[in-house]
Design a protein around this ligand. Structure first.
Ligand code: RAM
Length: 360
């Protein structure tokens, strides 16, 4: 089926899904698996349906438009290759919530689980249990440790993600002043890795006059990110910039800075969805920010899950497979484990935000 993939068809499909998705609607406890007959004997004429493989994606938490875009991409991939899709996320971005969902997916005997981990290590027992039952487990976006997965699907090089945010903020504040990071949860492995790279970049020559005063955690919840931003402003009256490597955090900070009329006084950068950040780029609160295509991240995870389930790859370094419209992808090293690397972070500013704000 993949062979007959036509690029314009998928672009069309993506646009239809984006339109259907709309903006800011309540999402993601979506459950489209059609497995309501769980535990019942399948009727004879259901034999064909039973042969269909089931692919689950578990995101960090509900109510995150970035997660919804990833889900759109995951579903797009599975529709393309054929299979049932289950899209899940706990209400809160906790490992406990994800463990419950994974237990349910094991009971449902899904074929693959792609997980955006809320914790690097805490999911290991349940993910090992899933793998022991033959379920293909991969992490995507926020990795779990190498023992908890077969392979990780990485949106972009963490070093480049971390360093480019510091390079951008340094330019915005002319290389001097206090900066703070507004992150997601303190356990999020993707944000924690990017922040490590930010700190390494700050050790390079040229950043002597920049002081990172605090890493705050908004937990990828809009309200908490808002109150954490307000707390930063109170605690650090001389703050010159906020770097928020989470789409939820940066959008919340954008609103706070806008409402307080702080454009031009406190700069904002980080990782944001163009659709949520366009107004803050246009009003000057955020001169520039970065991201990759979250639909492609979900799509890449779907294609990787398919390749694992079909036995095209086993997650070993050097293997490669056709990832639909993303082309050929290779399994490469990632510390103790392996990964598939998707793209580069892309910079959005006043010169290009208009082109992207309708896309994701
Ligand atoms: C948030 C989530 C997600 C991260 C993006 C940049 O939506 O934390 O995991 O990749 O931001």
């Amino acid at each position: 089926m993949k062979k007959f993939f036509v690029k314009w068809a998928t672009v069309g499909l993506t646009l239809v899904m984006l339109t259907a998705c709309g903006g800011g609607q309540e999402p993601t406890q979506t459950n489209q698996q059609g497995n309501s007959n769980q535990g019942e004997e399948p009727a004879e004429n259901e034999t064909e349906a039973k042969d269909e493989k089931t692919y689950a994606l578990v995101f960090k938490n509900t109510g995150n438009p970035y997660g919804e875009k990833m889900m759109d991409g995951f579903e797009e991939a599975i529709k393309e290759v054929g299979g049932e899709v289950i899209l899940r996320a706990p209400d809160q971005p906790t490992a406990e919530g994800q463990i419950q969902i994974i237990e349910q997916l094991i009971t449902q005997q899904v074929d693959a689980i792609a997980i955006t981990g809320n914790d690097q290590d805490a999911l290991q027992p349940v993910l090992k249990k899933a793998m022991d039952k033959g379920i293909k487990v991969l992490s995507v976006d926020s990795s779990v440790n190498a023992n908890s997965r077969i392979v990780h699907v990485n949106q972009a090089d963490p070093e480049r993600i971390g360093r480019s945010q510091i390079q951008a903020v340094a330019e915005m504040i002319d290389g001097k002043g206090q900066i703070a990071v507004l992150s997601a949860t303190s356990q999020a492995s993707n944000q924690n890795l990017w922040i490590e790279w930010m700190k390494k970049e700050l050790e390079e020559p040229g950043y002597e006059n920049i002081e990172l005063v605090k890493v705050a955690y908004g937990d990828d919840l809009r309200d908490k990110s808002t109150s954490e931003t307000e707390a930063l402003l109170l605690q650090y009256p001389d703050l010159k910039a906020i770097v928020s490597p989470t789409t939820v955090g940066i959008a919340a900070a954008g609103k706070v800075l806008t409402d307080k009329g702080l454009q031009g006084k406190i700069a904002l950068t980080g990782l944001g969805l163009p659709s949520e950040m366009a107004s803050y780029i246009e009003n000057g609160v955020s001169p520039a920010m970065f991201l990759w295509n979250p639909i492609d991240v979900g799509y890449g995870a779907g294609m990787t899950a398919y390749a694992l389930v079909e036995g095209e790859i086993t997650g070993a370094v050097g293997e490669s497979f056709e990832a639909g419209r993303l082309g050929q992808k290779e399994v490469v090293e990632d510390g103790d484990g392996t990964q598939i690397m998707l793209g580069d972070p892309f910079r959005f500013d006043a010169s290009n935000i208009d082109e992207w704000k309708e896309v994701y």
